[in-house]
Design a protein around this ligand. Structure first.
Ligand SMILES: Cc1cc2nc3c(=O)[nH]c(=O)nc-3n(C[C@H](O)[C@H](O)[C@H](O)COP(=O)(O)OP(=O)(O)OC[C@H]3O[C@@H](n4cnc5c(N)ncnc54)[C@H](O)[C@@H]3O)c2cc1C
Length: 472
């Protein structure tokens, strides 16, 4: 690495001590900023040779502490690897480096009539490498699918420092779906140094509708009715009264007065299809109690409707000094019941909860509000936040919909998975990273060295006993 790509000064190192989940902080021993795959692979090889842990970091916007550094390790930051290498119009693909900002892929593809569909609300700043590692979602993933549906190939630096190609331009590579294993693995299986992503044709027509409802129950029922009718909007997003209050204070989005919930519904596609679907959506919203329907008449109005939704996390800072952004997912039809249970939790604990989420996907983002200056408030908020995850699990959902497990939710993994499940996942990790140096301590509740016999297990892993897997 050139000197300019290595940070050792203790003050400068602190810049990297956390990601978007700022209450976990660790100062890394060393930060490197490679500019090429060769430099990055060289760093990883040096780590492997000396048994030093390393952590990949894109833009550091993660909300589960995935890019939290190690005090005894190297933080490998990809923000200098920002070249869009190719936009292949005829293939509908782009090949990009890992530090490329999500929205920049769309900016590069738009002149060709295409865009990159997965759109996390952080899309103006988060990196494609981070998106790949988290299998990130976004408002338009309801219709177009998550990151895993859009990453078709990747160059990966393995934890040994080898450079390998997974997937590629052609579809359906033979053999095991190793690319599918790496997408969503939160940096525990190596570092992606390029991604080949799918580009989607810009739609002929887009219509954005804002619907005001008296209650979240009505808005939830309208969501299920729309999808049950066979219409698949590009996005259906919901915000409750507290989230609306915060967004109004921050960006003056002028949402309907007196709404207990709003839905932002976007339809896209061929003009004739959108026209037909719009009539259906309007009818279903009215049938389920919408008291105001507002169709954006131009790009400015559409942007204002979306500004309210996309600024919602940050906007909550206007109504509370501190808050936890929770991320859980449930079957969409359970929305009204789970939202009622969250409201009950909130009133019995006295902890305020604002809800803003991808309603179409059943991906909840309860924002649990507290004031850290008040003794015990942080603990009470943590308790409510954990109870919300329990609700998600008990309704057939999961502890994360899109933000990943990281360090934050590792302790919740045993609530969803048995010891055998977790050990089986560890076998996968060990196959890539037997030295346990690639982002160790993330995802799994009890980091184990590969080959280490699990504490409680008295016998071999069932898959090993059955002759289906080897322990390393
Ligand atoms: C305001 C706000 C809104 C958000 N909205 C959404 C949303 O709508 N949907 C959503 O899914 N997320 C959302 N997020 C979370 C976050 O933006 C995403 O998880 C994003 O994908 C993280 O990208 P990043 O570049 O910041 O990654 P980082 O935070 O830097 O890293 C995230 C994880 O990826 C790993 N990693 C990073 N680069 C690589 C690489 N090249 N190879 C292998 N592993 C790597 C890291 O080790 C870490 O585990 C939001 C965050 C904020 C702050």
């Amino acid at each position: 690495m050139p000197d300019t790509g290595v940070i050792q000064d203790p003050t400068q190192l602190r810049t990297y001590e956390c990601d978007g989940l700022a209450h976990y902080r660790v100062t890394p021993a060393l930060v490197v900023l490679p500019e090429t795959t060769e430099q990055l692979a060289g760093v990883v090889r040096a780590c492997a040779e000396h048994g030093v842990p390393f952590v990949a970091r894109g833009s550091g916007t993660g909300l589960s502490g995935g890019a939290l550094p190690r005090a005894d390790g190297v933080l490998v930051v990809t923000s200098r690897m920002r070249t869009i290498r190719e936009v292949r119009r005829a293939d509908q693909r782009a090949v990009v480096e890992p530090g490329v900002i999500n929205l920049d892929v769309t900016r590069a593809a738009t002149p060709e009539g295409y865009y990159y569909a997965p759109d996390p609300s952080s899309q103006q700043i988060c990196s494609i490498g981070g998106n790949l590692a988290e299998n990130s979602g976004g408002a338009h993933c309801l219709k177009y699918g998550f990151t895993s549906n859009h990453v078709l190939g990747a160059e990966l630096v393995t934890p040994q420092g080898d450079v390998v190609e997974l997937g590629g331009l052609a579809p359906d590579a033979p053999g095991y779906d190793l690319l599918g294993t790496v997408v969503g693995s939160e940096g525990t299986l190596g570092i992606a140094t390029t991604a080949t992503v799918r580009l989607v044709r810009l739609p002929e027509e887009v219509r954005t509708l804002l619907a005001g409802f008296r209650t979240t129950d009505d808005a939830g029922a309208a969501t299920s009715a729309i999808i049950g009718s066979g219409v698949l909007p590009a996005a259906i997003e919901m915000m409750d009264a507290l989230a609306i209050e915060a967004a109004e204070a921050a960006v003056h989005c002028n949402y309907p007065d007196g709404a207990g919930a709003v839905l932002v519904i976007e339809l896209d596609g061929p003009a004739a299809e959108v026209e037909h679907e719009y009539a259906e959506v309007e009818r279903l919203c009215q049938e389920h109690g919408a008291f105001e329907l507002r169709l954006a008449i131009d790009a400015t109005e559409r942007a204002l409707i979306w500004r309210g939704r996309k600024s919602a996390f940050a906007a909550v800072g206007r109504i509370s000094p501190d808050y936890i952004v929770q991320d859980g997912v449930i079957p969409r039809t359970a929305l009204p019941e789970v939202l009622r249970a969250i409201a009950e939790l909130s009133s019995s604990s006295g902890v305020r909860v604002a809800n803003v989420f991808h309603a179409g996907d059943g991906n909840l983002h309860p924002l649990v509000l507290f004031d850290d200056a008040k003794p015990g408030a942080g603990e009470a908020a943590e308790k409510v936040s954990g109870a919300i995850l329990d609700l998600c699990i008990s309704h057939g959902g999961a502890i994360t919909g899109e933000h990943g497990v990281g360090v934050d939710k590792a302790a919740y993994m045993p609530k969803m998975f048995t010891g055998d499940d977790l050990d089986t996942m560890q076998l996968v990790r060990c196959a890539f990273d037997p030295g346990n140096i690639s982002n160790p301590g993330k995802i799994f509740p009890t980091p184990r060295l590969c080959g280490e016999v699990p504490g409680k297990r008295k016998h071999a892993h069932p898959l090993v006993e059955a002759g289906l897997a080897d322990a390393f």
